[in-house]
Write a new protein. Structure first.
Length: 172
């Protein structure tokens, strides 16, 4: 069995198609956003991410924002551990019944002016869990949502665009 697998690996050719070119439009956007963040806040944008009952798909994409490729901290955006230090709440998942009060308290603890972004299909609409007995519905039923980022899960670029949209909306 192992010998057959090794023979197959050795006889397999390398793919012939070229490597796709990645779009770097978001890098230009993020550099512009960095200046907008400084214009609006005068410092870094601090985000408190809250999981209101998600499957963790959105969280994986949010964590990707901190890798060297996206490097959002280098563009003036950072995640904080307390809503008291946050400018924005980034909420993922459907609003689970057992998280309703915690999300409300986090919103109240966030100093004004504050932004609320619903990330992922579940936070925007309740997703596939909307009819569950354990779910109160989308985030907008509890908090005033400034920007929604649809997708299951949204890509890191879409998350960045949603964050950009929230900052631009607060500026105007």
């Amino acid at each position: 069995m192992t010998w057959q697998l090794l023979k197959r690996i050795a006889s397999t050719r390398a793919p012939a198609e070229p490597v796709p070119e990645g779009g770097n439009d978001w890098r230009t956007e993020s550099q512009q956003l960095h200046q907008q963040i400084l214009d609006v806040l005068g410092r870094a944008l601090c985000i408190r991410q809250i999981d209101a009952g998600s499957c963790n798909g959105c969280e994986l994409e949010i964590h990707a924002l901190n890798n060297p490729y996206y490097n959002i901290e280098g563009h003036g955006i950072r995640f904080v551990a307390s809503p008291r230090h946050a400018d924005m709440l980034l909420v993922t998942g459907p609003l689970a019944s057992n998280m309703r009060e915690a999300v409300r308290l986090a919103y109240e603890a966030t100093p004004a002016p504050k932004l609320v972004v619903a990330a992922g299909e579940c936070a925007c609409t309740g997703g596939m869990f909307r009819d569950s007995y354990a779910v109160c519905g989308p985030l907008a039923q509890l908090l005033p949502v400034d920007v929604t980022i649809p997708g299951c899960p949204p890509s890191p670029v879409e998350l960045l665009r949603g964050i950009f949209a929230a900052v631009r909306a607060s500026k105007g």
